[in-house]
Design a protein around this ligand. Structure first.
Ligand SMILES: Cc1cc2nc3c(=O)[nH]c(=O)nc-3n(C[C@H](O)[C@H](O)[C@H](O)COP(=O)(O)O)c2cc1C
Length: 289
């Protein structure tokens, strides 16, 4: 897959055509999940399940912004064994599926949930694995005006038809720092320009979808390491925060690995020398030098 292009093209789609997703598409996605899907923690046992259109009423109240569930012809659920970083792994795998779906001409949207047991019960799942990620997918409606998430305030969110297409994102230079948190000096010379793979990888990271488009994270180039930092965010709970972190790591890694080969992320770790503000923490670290 051409990850750079797919990442620039991707957007969350919330209005779908009334067109079923063919079984062949689901089979291709299931095979990709088993054999090709990028994994942050390959040792974790995971499973992919599909649910049909009628699942919307079942999931209503258990998933989605303010319990408003996007109507879609299909939903996918990532199940995972319980583990400390299962959420990040589900975000990483789920976002690879999002980009695979884009590559296959389908559209999708992540769905939030706060109560894992409630979703599991609503879906009637009988498994020792836990619900780790939920997405709606199908063929997006072709509209002259595009549906965009309208965040009026944190308690007033709706999907409105407006002319803008993309949810605005934090600039790469407000997200990537050199040596310590908040330090922009030297970032240019470290990451180069648009022709450099590292620049493109960070640009891809800056385009990652996040809960409510909050993007509560940033990167520090520290010696020969890239460090992903989690920012505290009053609106983002731990489930969404971990999914966000896995998603942004997938965006970065999928592009960077074209030059650097497979990246090995170590989760967590010390924040020594990074001068993180109170409440910030190291999410993951990877050697690139
Ligand atoms: C963990 C997570 C949960 C999300 N939950 C929802 C949701 O329940 N409903 C929704 O409409 N969008 C949801 N989104 C989509 C975000 O609102 C969207 O990614 C963000 O507004 C940026 O827009 P973009 O994806 O088009 O770049 C979620 C995204 C993430 C990463």
């Amino acid at each position: 897959m051409d990850y750079s292009a797919l990442i620039q093209f991707r957007k969350s789609v919330r209005a779908f055509q009334d067109k079923a997703v063919p079984d062949a598409v689901k089979q291709e996605l299931a095979a990709y999940f088993r054999e090709g899907c990028k994994r942050l923690l390959p040792e974790l046992k995971t499973e992919l399940r599909f649910f049909e259109k009628d699942t919307q009423s079942v999931l209503e109240g258990a998933a989605g912004y303010q319990e408003f569930l996007i109507g879609a012809p299909c939903y996918l659920v990532i199940l995972s064994e319980a583990a400390e970083h299962a959420g990040e792994n589900a975000g990483y795998m789920g976002e690879d599926l999002v980009l695979k779906l884009s590559d296959m001409g389908l559209d999708s949207c992540w769905l939030t949930f706060t109560d894992e047991a409630k979703v599991r019960e609503a879906l009637g799942l009988d498994t020792p694995l836990q619900v780790a990620g939920v997405l709606a997918f199908g063929y997006g409606k072709k509209m002259p005006k595009k549906i965009r998430l309208n965040i009026l305030s944190m308690s007033n969110v709706n999907a409105a038809a407006v002319r803008q297409y993309y949810a605005p994102k934090v600039s790469l230079y407000d997200m990537v720092f050199a040596d310590r948190w908040g330090c922009g000096d030297g970032v240019d010379s470290l990451i180069g320009d648009m022709d450099s793979m590292l620049w493109r990888a960070f640009y891809a990271a800056s385009l990652a979808p996040s809960y409510m488009n909050r993007q509560p994270y940033g990167f520090i180039l520290h010696g020969s390491d890239v460090v992903l930092v989690r920012k505290p965010d009053a609106y983002t709970d731990d489930i969404d925060a971990r999914l966000n972190l896995g998603i942004v790591l997938l965006h970065f890694s999928a592009v960077a690995s074209q030059l650097l080969g497979k990246l090995k992320w170590e989760m967590g770790g010390s924040d020594e020398g990074l001068e993180l503000p109170a409440g910030y923490s190291v999410s993951a670290r990877c050697r690139i030098g």
